[in-house]
Write a protein that binds this ligand. Structure first.
Ligand SMILES: Nc1ncnc2c1ncn2[C@@H]1O[C@H](COP(=O)(O)OP(=O)(O)OP(=O)(O)O)[C@@H](O)[C@H]1O
Ligand SMILES: [Mg+2]
Length: 355
């Protein structure tokens, strides 16, 4: 979607994003800790993705920001104001969910106008806000169309426009692109990013798709079991993951253990604890930083078990003592044959050491 960043609509619609602070958030469901002392600080206008496997607490954290979930412990502040006693409708948040609950038999314009119905803005201001957000999301030509006559991507944009029409300083999104196919998803991802750049709204975006988080967010909070394990920019997260979990969840990683000078490949879940005193160290190497060479004593020896063509690259799986290691090569390299004996090497500087 061509967002015109210099248009009057863009200038008029830009908002002051609010900071968000969560301190020591705990949410308990029976014996299940959905949030386990979550602390998080988001700058005004920042785009943060919450990334983690199913059940890791992403939606619960988002819902506690919105006030739909009451925390057992801890506190949420938005724009420096503690929210404990502020009801959802007073938090002034935009929200977009996976099922965006539009009114299918109303027009695009009426759907977008809906959140304004209880706001004491005068008629002209409402009309202007709707026109601006229609232009921003490139929906002006569809304003009179009924929602059920739109494509999935267009409906997604109506949901976005509806969440933005009252210019909220914070926009919360929970897997809003889940229903879209890959191509459309990537397109809407770029659109959301561009709109974010134009508006300056603070965005918290939940996803379990690491590619989506990496391509969209300024920073990513990786969650597991109700905790934030690491919160960093996409490149830091990829190049310097602070744990085996983060390393395996963000991109692909091969795991190793070095003990008394000997290196062996290990499964992701079975690395065991590093023990510097005993000279034991766990580390990982990204697939693109490993090299396949002739079967000799220069590296770890193994057998090619699978090759996966991925367009620009080929992934070669090599079985080393029962552990499948993954090597990424340019697809222009000669193909590997299953059953070939090979030797794997890498530069020690590309090792990511785990505590
Ligand atoms: N209302 C509830 N009652 C009981 N348990 C709940 C409730 N809501 C969430 N949970 C539990 O809390 C944990 C976190 O759930 P949450 O919905 O936050 O996960 P999520 O990271 O959003 O997962 P998904 O990617 O599947 O949406 C899960 O184990 C879930 O079963
Ligand atoms: Mg969820």
């Amino acid at each position: 979607m061509p967002v015109n960043t210099d248009s009057p609509a863009a200038r008029a619609t830009s908002v002051d994003g609010a900071s968000i602070k969560v301190v020591g958030a705990v949410k308990q469901y029976g014996s299940m800790r959905a949030l386990d002392e979550v602390t998080l600080s988001v700058r005004p206008g920042e785009f943060v993705a919450l990334l983690g496997p199913s059940g890791s607490g992403k939606t619960t954290l988002l819902m506690s920001l919105a006030g739909f979930v009451q925390l057992d412990e801890g506190e949420v502040s938005i724009g420096g104001v503690p929210q404990t006693r502020v009801p959802t409708y007073r938090r002034n948040l935009g929200m977009v969910f996976q099922k965006y609950a539009l009114f299918p038999h109303l027009t695009v314009e009426k759907n977008i106008a809906y959140p304004l119905r209880n706001r004491r803005w005068d008629r002209e201001d409402k009309k202007r806000a709707i026109a601006e957000v229609l232009e921003l999301t490139d929906m002006t030509h569809l304003a009179g169309r009924k929602v059920h006559q739109l494509s999935g991507g267009q409906q997604q944009r109506v949901a976005l426009a509806r969440a933005l029409v009252y210019k909220p300083p914070v926009l919360l999104m929970d897997e809003p692109l889940g229903a879209l196919d890959r191509k459309l998803r990537e397109q809407v991802q770029l659109e959301i990013r561009r709109i974010h750049r134009v508006l300056g709204t603070t965005i918290i975006f939940v996803t379990h798709d690491q590619g989506e988080a990496m391509s969209m967010a300024d920073r990513i909070a990786v969650m597991n079991h109700g905790r934030i394990l690491q919160m960093d920019g996409p490149e830091e997260l990829y190049n310097a993951p602070n744990s085996e979990f983060v390393a395996a969840f963000v991109g692909q990683m091969n795991f190793f253990r070095r003990e008394s000078g000997q290196v062996r490949a290990v499964d992701a879940e079975a690395t065991g604890a590093s023990d510097p005193a005993a000279g034991a160290q766990n580390f990982g190497i990204r697939p693109e930083l490993m090299r396949i060479g002739a079967d000799d004593a220069s590296g770890l020896r193994g057998t090619v078990s699978e090759t996966i063509f991925e367009g620009a690259n080929r992934h070669v799986l090599v079985d080393v003592d029962g552990v499948a290691l993954r090597v990424q090569e340019p697809a222009s390299n000669p193909s590997r044959t299953m059953g070939d004996r090979v030797s794997l090497t890498w530069d020690r500087r590309s090792e990511v050491i785990f505590p």
